[in-house]
Ligand binder design. Structure first.
Ligand SMILES: Cc1ncc(COP(=O)(O)O)c(C=O)c1O
Length: 387
């Protein structure tokens, strides 16, 4: 892919598919007009957006009218959670979420706590799963909203969204799912899944950055309030001039993903097996998450008596992550791994390998060798730490 690095950080961001880049360039030139403008050029931009909405809607099996364009999953999460909680506040102020959610979710709940909402923060088991019985027990008569992610960005652990959503329906609780790491990677049928609000972002499935969407179910009790103000676009829920080129790119990325979901999944599963086989004999190595279940594009491992940031340097030219990329300026041990019961030291040694459509067997074999050698070298340099 590149001469000077091997990219294994697809959970942080994916390269844009060249077909998507080509389409976006075309749209950049011919779809520059404001899609709200009622003239020929505006209608051209509008048509590109409508086409993309149909492509994304087909991937999720929803009506295109239920999709709201946003700047990415951070905005979608903020809009869904703050917008739904505030809209339903007169009915009750209790909300439920999981401690291992992305910051784009946890920080919104933190803000809502300051506004007077009460949040129950659930802990997953040590493999990262949320037990539906634990979830059901947390719901109360005044619970209005629950938010649980589909695929965890650090560990790849997948939650049982069908069961959790079913429980929400039984209790009349709105259910939001952060699916930033799931859309375009696993099959999601929103006619079959009991989900009310779902966040996604283009740059995790070979589309552009800076564009995402929020699915809002077409049900009378599923309203959200805007969090941005400034115009009537997108049914008064999300104002702002829509970028036809970025949206067209996301639409095509969704279309491409729909055609290769199964092949991608099988490819990633084979690669992850090779990677794990290559490193599982390293003394003291542990998987964070669940190798037998979950999204196969992520392998997160900790190792005893080795420090993650030093290991990251040893691993170059591999591009991998320690903890979450969104937290890379923060040297604290990952709160996600701490919630799985990992010690500070083990959490700090974590390396997240995340694989993608372009990843090859030889790249993961190289990565495994590099990991083994890197751990051995660090232990040689500081044998007393390894003792
Ligand atoms: C699970 C999850 N939610 C939300 C986000 C934020 O997405 P975006 O970068 O599109 O704002 C990410 C990105 O890392 C993510 O992995």
């Amino acid at each position: 892919m590149s001469d000077d690095f091997i990219y294994l950080d697809y959970a942080a961001s994916t390269p844009v598919d060249p077909r998507v880049t080509r389409l976006m360039l075309e749209c950049h030139e011919s779809g520059f007009a404001n899609p709200s403008s009622n003239h020929v050029a505006g209608r051209k931009s509008r048509a590109m957006i409508d086409n993309a909405a149909a492509q994304l809607a087909a991937l999720l099996n929803v009506d295109p009218e239920t999709l709201i364009w946003t700047s990415g999953a951070t905005e979608s999460d903020n809009l869904a959670i703050a917008g739904a909680a505030r809209h339903r506040a007169h009915r009750g102020k209790h909300l439920v979420t999981l401690m291992t959610e992305h910051k784009a979710v946890t920080d919104v709940f933190g803000m809502l706590e300051k506004e007077g909402f009460e949040v129950t923060w659930l802990t997953p088991d040590e493999s990262g799963h949320l037990d539906p019985a634990v979830f059901a027990a947390a719901l109360r008569a005044d619970t209005q909203l629950a938010s649980i992610m589909y695929v965890n960005n650090e560990t790849g652990v997948m939650q049982d969204i069908a069961s959790l959503g079913g429980i929400c329906r039984e209790h009349g609780v709105l259910f939001h799912v952060d699916a930033a790491q799931a859309v375009g990677k696993i099959a999601i049928d929103l006619q079959a899944l009991p989900v009310d609000l779902l966040s996604l972002t283009g740059h995790k499935f070979y589309g552009p950055k800076g564009i995402g969407a929020l699915y809002v179910a077409d049900r009378p009790d599923c309203h959200i309030e805007p969090i941005l103000f400034g115009g009537g676009q997108q049914r008064q829920i999300r104002p702002g001039t829509l970028p036809a080129d970025l949206i067209a790119g996301l639409g095509l990325a969704a279309d491409i993903a729909a055609s290769c979901l199964e092949a991608d999944f099988a490819h990633l599963a084979a690669l992850r097996r090779t990677l794990w086989r290559g490193i599982r004999d390293v003394e003291g190595v542990l998987i964070n998450g669940d190798i037998d279940a979950g999204f196969p594009g992520i392998l997160n491992v900790s190792v005893a008596n080795v420090e993650g940031e030093s290991l990251l340097l040893e691993l170059e030219p591999l591009c991998v992550a320690t903890g979450s990329a969104c937290n890379s300026t923060n040297q604290e041990p990952s709160y996600v791994l701490r919630a799985l019961g990992r010690s500070d030291l083990l959490a700090q040694s974590a390396i997240r390998f995340s694989l993608g459509r372009p990843t090859s067997e030889s790249e993961v074999e190289f990565a495994a060798r590099r990991y083994r050698d890197g751990v051995a070298r660090l232990r040689d340099l500081a044998p007393e730490a390894a003792a």
